[in-house]
Design a protein around this ligand. Structure first.
Ligand code: SAM
Length: 282
């Protein structure tokens, strides 16, 4: 079986080897036969297609493994980009690998890597997180998990896929989780006519897309946690100093969150604890 990457917008990005592999396949496994059918037709390739998507992958896998065992050449594509990356195919590949069947790939376009390389943010290490949960609560919980990993030492550029209609709220959630001053980039419509990479802090990007809804496909890239002392001792010292100077808990938290680029919620929670402790001691 061969995993074949296809264009993410610019049809000129289908490689000669990708085309050759698709032409020579006994069948092309694809998410949507209309999308892949159009790609094949454009290149005059008449190859049988079989739908493979999240809802039928488990059912189809035993049948497909039997075909691979029988020596058939199956190519796997997704609607766009590299198959398996936030797209179907992983369960089939895992099963084929477990059986010792041959699995190869024709590499090519991938929106996450292209966005990463254009973001101006450190390219490695990077952590690809795909789509965040669409609902606010689970999304905040997922981001809190990443932030906890950062506090435990993770320092990586983060890459997310997102739907355009959720971009503004996701950027706000990212600013809440990682601090509004964190550098980031939004890569939109990659390889297409209106390709754009907008770079700025999470606050700036959230404000921009809050005022002007994004159109097309987007990737969000977030820079790694700043190296400055995010340690708890440093946070406490700064908060104690601000509280001792007579600032309210709210103002102290806002000032320290701004200075340390730590999430407001985290700093406010700690400021409340310290404020309470201080009051008890008085
Ligand atoms: N397998 C694909 C790949 O290799 O990039 C990703 C498929 S995933 C279902 C679709 C998401 O990828 C989109 O919602 C968007 O976040 C991102 N994406 C795909 N094409 C893109 C493009 N041309 N410009 C920006 N983002 C894109």
């Amino acid at each position: 079986m061969t995993l074949v990457a296809t264009p993410i917008g610019n049809l000129g990005d289908l490689s000669p080897r990708a085309l050759e592999t698709l032409r020579g396949a006994d069948a092309v496994l694809c998410e949507d036969t209309r999308v892949t059918g159009a790609l094949l037709a454009r290149h005059g390739a008449a190859v049988p297609m079989l739908p493979l998507h999240d809802h039928n992958e488990d059912d189809q896998t035993p049948r497909l493994l039997a075909r691979l065992r029988a020596g058939e050449r199956l190519a796997l594509v997704s609607d766009a980009g590299t198959p398996l990356v936030s797209d179907p195919g992983f369960r089939l590949v895992r099963a084929a690998v477990a059986e010792g069947l041959s699995v190869g790939a024709v590499p090519g376009p991938n929106a996450a890597v292209m966005a990463l390389t254009l973001s101006g943010l450190p390219p490695q290490p990077f952590l690809f997180l795909g789509f965040l949960p669409p609902r606010g609560g689970p999304r905040a919980a997922a981001l809190a998990g990443v932030r906890a990993a950062e506090r435990a030492g993770l320092s990586a550029t983060l890459v997310f896929y997102e739907a355009p209609h959720r971009l503004a709220e996701t950027l706000s959630a990212l600013a809440e989780a990682f601090g509004g001053q964190r550098p980031a980039a939004v890569a939109r419509e990659l390889t297409k006519r209106f390709e754009e990479v907008r770079r700025g802090t999470l606050s700036e990007l959230a404000a921009h897309y809050g005022a002007e809804a994004a159109r097309g496909e987007v990737v969000v890239v977030v820079g790694p946690a700043p190296e400055e002392a995010t340690g708890e001792a440093e946070l406490d010292a700064r908060l104690r100093e601000a509280l001792a100077a007579g600032m309210s808990v709210r103002d102290a938290a806002a000032a320290v969150a701004e200075a340390t680029e730590l999430p407001r919620r985290q700093v406010y929670g700690r400021a409340l604890e310290l404020g309470r402790g201080g009051a008890a001691q008085d």
